[in-house]
Design a protein around this ligand. Structure first.
Ligand code: C5P
Length: 218
Protein backbone atom coordinates (compact mmCIF):
# COMPACT_ATOMS: atom_id res chain seq x y z
CA UNK A 1 0.00 0.00 0.00
CA UNK A 2 1.32 3.43 -0.95
CA UNK A 3 1.77 5.64 2.11
CA UNK A 4 2.95 9.16 2.82
CA UNK A 5 6.05 9.26 5.03
CA UNK A 6 6.99 12.41 6.92
CA UNK A 7 10.65 12.09 7.96
CA UNK A 8 12.74 14.53 9.99
CA UNK A 9 16.52 14.49 9.74
CA UNK A 10 19.65 16.19 10.96
CA UNK A 11 20.28 18.49 13.88
CA UNK A 12 18.55 21.72 14.72
CA UNK A 13 20.44 24.94 15.33
CA UNK A 14 19.47 27.27 18.13
CA UNK A 15 20.94 30.66 17.38
CA UNK A 16 22.03 33.15 20.00
CA UNK A 17 23.00 35.67 17.33
CA UNK A 18 23.22 35.55 13.51
CA UNK A 19 26.52 33.64 13.52
CA UNK A 20 26.52 31.60 16.74
CA UNK A 21 24.36 28.67 17.70
CA UNK A 22 23.90 25.58 19.89
CA UNK A 23 23.61 22.31 17.98
CA UNK A 24 24.79 18.69 17.96
CA UNK A 25 26.79 16.24 15.84
CA UNK A 26 23.92 14.84 13.75
CA UNK A 27 24.71 14.70 10.02
CA UNK A 28 21.23 13.66 8.83
CA UNK A 29 22.51 10.47 7.18
CA UNK A 30 19.99 8.16 8.87
CA UNK A 31 17.00 10.37 8.05
CA UNK A 32 18.06 10.88 4.44
CA UNK A 33 18.57 7.11 4.10
CA UNK A 34 15.03 6.61 5.45
CA UNK A 35 13.59 9.07 2.94
CA UNK A 36 15.42 7.31 0.12
CA UNK A 37 14.32 3.86 1.31
CA UNK A 38 10.66 4.92 1.51
CA UNK A 39 10.73 6.40 -2.01
CA UNK A 40 12.40 3.22 -3.30
CA UNK A 41 9.39 1.29 -1.96
CA UNK A 42 7.01 3.54 -3.92
CA UNK A 43 5.89 5.77 -1.02
CA UNK A 44 5.46 9.55 -1.03
CA UNK A 45 8.01 11.28 1.20
CA UNK A 46 8.27 14.70 2.78
CA UNK A 47 11.66 15.23 4.41
CA UNK A 48 11.99 17.99 7.00
CA UNK A 49 15.72 18.63 7.21
CA UNK A 50 17.75 20.62 9.69
CA UNK A 51 21.00 22.19 8.44
CA UNK A 52 22.90 19.31 6.78
CA UNK A 53 25.28 18.94 3.83
CA UNK A 54 23.41 16.21 1.98
CA UNK A 55 21.75 16.23 -1.45
CA UNK A 56 17.99 15.67 -1.63
CA UNK A 57 17.21 12.08 -2.67
CA UNK A 58 15.35 11.88 -5.98
CA UNK A 59 11.58 11.88 -5.60
CA UNK A 60 11.63 13.40 -2.11
CA UNK A 61 9.92 16.69 -1.21
CA UNK A 62 12.36 18.54 1.06
CA UNK A 63 11.51 21.24 3.57
CA UNK A 64 14.53 22.97 5.13
CA UNK A 65 14.37 24.27 8.68
CA UNK A 66 16.91 25.61 11.15
CA UNK A 67 15.54 25.55 14.70
CA UNK A 68 13.44 23.12 16.74
CA UNK A 69 10.52 25.58 16.70
CA UNK A 70 10.70 25.73 12.89
CA UNK A 71 10.87 21.94 12.73
CA UNK A 72 7.79 21.67 14.96
CA UNK A 73 5.86 24.08 12.71
CA UNK A 74 6.89 22.12 9.58
CA UNK A 75 5.90 18.78 11.15
CA UNK A 76 2.53 20.19 12.24
CA UNK A 77 1.93 21.55 8.71
CA UNK A 78 2.86 18.35 6.86
CA UNK A 79 1.52 15.74 9.30
CA UNK A 80 -2.02 16.35 8.04
CA UNK A 81 -1.38 14.38 4.84
CA UNK A 82 1.08 11.86 6.35
CA UNK A 83 0.39 8.25 7.33
CA UNK A 84 3.76 7.78 9.01
CA UNK A 85 5.98 10.12 11.04
CA UNK A 86 9.61 9.13 11.52
CA UNK A 87 11.42 11.49 13.88
CA UNK A 88 15.07 10.74 13.19
CA UNK A 89 16.14 14.35 13.76
CA UNK A 90 18.40 15.11 16.70
CA UNK A 91 16.37 18.03 17.99
CA UNK A 92 18.28 20.39 20.27
CA UNK A 93 16.78 20.21 23.75
CA UNK A 94 17.44 23.84 24.63
CA UNK A 95 17.57 27.23 22.99
CA UNK A 96 18.92 30.57 24.20
CA UNK A 97 16.34 32.66 26.04
CA UNK A 98 17.51 35.82 24.28
CA UNK A 99 18.39 35.89 20.58
CA UNK A 100 20.31 38.92 19.37
CA UNK A 101 19.52 40.24 15.88
CA UNK A 102 23.11 41.45 15.50
CA UNK A 103 26.45 39.83 16.31
CA UNK A 104 27.11 39.84 20.05
CA UNK A 105 30.33 41.61 20.99
CA UNK A 106 32.88 39.52 22.87
CA UNK A 107 33.28 42.18 25.56
CA UNK A 108 29.52 42.47 26.20
CA UNK A 109 28.72 38.72 26.01
CA UNK A 110 27.28 37.50 29.32
CA UNK A 111 29.51 34.78 30.88
CA UNK A 112 26.44 32.60 31.45
CA UNK A 113 24.04 31.69 28.68
CA UNK A 114 20.41 31.47 29.77
CA UNK A 115 18.55 28.61 28.10
CA UNK A 116 14.91 27.57 27.81
CA UNK A 117 13.65 24.10 26.84
CA UNK A 118 12.54 23.49 23.28
CA UNK A 119 9.12 21.97 22.62
CA UNK A 120 9.07 18.19 22.34
CA UNK A 121 7.91 17.69 18.76
CA UNK A 122 6.58 14.16 19.26
CA UNK A 123 4.81 15.28 22.42
CA UNK A 124 3.26 18.29 20.67
CA UNK A 125 1.86 16.25 17.75
CA UNK A 126 0.78 13.24 19.85
CA UNK A 127 -2.88 14.44 19.88
CA UNK A 128 -2.86 14.34 16.05
CA UNK A 129 -1.61 10.75 15.88
CA UNK A 130 -4.90 8.92 15.27
CA UNK A 131 -4.16 5.85 13.12
CA UNK A 132 -0.77 7.23 12.02
CA UNK A 133 2.37 5.26 12.73
CA UNK A 134 4.92 7.16 14.82
CA UNK A 135 8.57 6.10 14.90
CA UNK A 136 11.19 7.68 17.16
CA UNK A 137 14.90 7.28 17.73
CA UNK A 138 16.82 6.94 20.98
CA UNK A 139 20.45 7.81 20.39
CA UNK A 140 22.29 7.25 23.65
CA UNK A 141 25.86 6.86 24.81
CA UNK A 142 26.08 3.41 26.42
CA UNK A 143 23.29 0.82 26.58
CA UNK A 144 20.38 2.62 24.87
CA UNK A 145 17.66 0.07 25.72
CA UNK A 146 16.43 1.32 29.14
CA UNK A 147 16.05 4.91 27.84
CA UNK A 148 14.55 3.66 24.57
CA UNK A 149 11.89 1.62 26.44
CA UNK A 150 11.00 4.68 28.53
CA UNK A 151 10.76 6.96 25.44
CA UNK A 152 8.68 4.38 23.52
CA UNK A 153 6.02 4.60 26.24
CA UNK A 154 6.37 8.29 27.24
CA UNK A 155 6.22 9.51 23.63
CA UNK A 156 3.39 7.14 22.63
CA UNK A 157 5.39 5.59 19.77
CA UNK A 158 4.70 2.47 17.71
CA UNK A 159 8.41 1.85 17.22
CA UNK A 160 11.64 3.20 18.64
CA UNK A 161 15.03 2.70 17.07
CA UNK A 162 17.72 2.52 19.74
CA UNK A 163 21.39 2.99 19.08
CA UNK A 164 24.59 3.61 21.00
CA UNK A 165 26.12 6.66 19.35
CA UNK A 166 29.38 6.35 21.30
CA UNK A 167 30.44 3.52 18.94
CA UNK A 168 32.61 4.84 16.07
CA UNK A 169 30.82 2.60 13.53
CA UNK A 170 27.32 3.51 14.73
CA UNK A 171 27.52 7.21 15.56
CA UNK A 172 26.07 10.26 13.90
CA UNK A 173 28.58 10.64 11.07
CA UNK A 174 29.09 6.93 10.29
CA UNK A 175 27.67 5.27 7.17
CA UNK A 176 26.81 2.22 9.25
CA UNK A 177 24.58 1.74 12.26
CA UNK A 178 23.88 -0.94 14.86
CA UNK A 179 20.34 -0.61 16.15
CA UNK A 180 17.67 -2.40 18.12
CA UNK A 181 14.04 -2.01 17.04
CA UNK A 182 11.59 -1.95 19.95
CA UNK A 183 7.90 -2.18 19.03
CA UNK A 184 5.00 -1.06 21.20
CA UNK A 185 3.78 -4.68 20.98
CA UNK A 186 6.89 -5.77 22.92
CA UNK A 187 8.72 -7.18 19.89
CA UNK A 188 12.45 -6.52 20.02
CA UNK A 189 14.86 -7.04 17.16
CA UNK A 190 18.57 -6.35 17.42
CA UNK A 191 20.10 -5.86 13.99
CA UNK A 192 23.79 -6.48 13.31
CA UNK A 193 26.08 -3.70 12.09
CA UNK A 194 24.77 -2.69 8.66
CA UNK A 195 24.81 0.24 6.28
CA UNK A 196 22.38 3.02 7.19
CA UNK A 197 20.63 2.41 3.84
CA UNK A 198 19.96 -1.18 4.94
CA UNK A 199 18.81 -0.13 8.44
CA UNK A 200 16.46 2.34 6.74
CA UNK A 201 15.03 -0.39 4.49
CA UNK A 202 14.39 -2.57 7.58
CA UNK A 203 12.55 0.29 9.35
CA UNK A 204 10.40 0.99 6.26
CA UNK A 205 9.63 -2.75 6.04
CA UNK A 206 8.63 -2.74 9.73
CA UNK A 207 6.26 0.19 9.12
CA UNK A 208 4.73 -1.54 6.08
CA UNK A 209 4.16 -4.74 8.08
CA UNK A 210 2.59 -2.80 10.97
CA UNK A 211 0.33 -0.93 8.56
CA UNK A 212 -0.81 -4.22 6.97
CA UNK A 213 -1.72 -5.49 10.47
CA UNK A 214 -3.74 -2.32 11.21
CA UNK A 215 -5.69 -2.77 7.99
CA UNK A 216 -6.31 -6.44 8.78
CA UNK A 217 -7.68 -5.51 12.23
CA UNK A 218 -10.14 -2.93 10.83
O1 C5P B 1 16.23 13.66 22.27
P1 C5P B 1 15.50 12.39 22.63
O2 C5P B 1 16.43 11.25 22.90
O3 C5P B 1 14.44 12.56 23.67
O4 C5P B 1 14.75 11.97 21.28
C1 C5P B 1 13.87 10.87 21.26
C2 C5P B 1 12.92 11.07 20.11
O5 C5P B 1 12.16 12.25 20.30
C3 C5P B 1 13.60 11.22 18.74
O6 C5P B 1 12.82 10.56 17.79
C4 C5P B 1 13.58 12.73 18.50
O7 C5P B 1 13.55 13.07 17.14
C5 C5P B 1 12.31 13.15 19.22
N1 C5P B 1 12.37 14.52 19.80
C6 C5P B 1 11.31 15.39 19.56
N2 C5P B 1 11.36 16.66 20.06
C7 C5P B 1 12.40 17.06 20.82
C8 C5P B 1 13.46 16.18 21.10
C9 C5P B 1 13.41 14.91 20.56
O8 C5P B 1 10.34 15.00 18.88
N3 C5P B 1 12.42 18.32 21.30
Amino acid sequence: MRMHFLVTAGPTREHLDPIRFISNCSTGKMGFALAEAAVARGHDVTLVAGPVALPTPAGVTRVDVVSACEMLAAVQRHLVVADVLIMSAAVADWRPLVVSGSKLKKRTMPPVLELIPNPDILGAVAPLKGARIFVGFAAETGDPLPEARRKLVDKGLDLIVANDVSQPDAGFAADTNRVTLLGSDGATETLPLMRKAEVAARIVAWVEARCALYLQDR
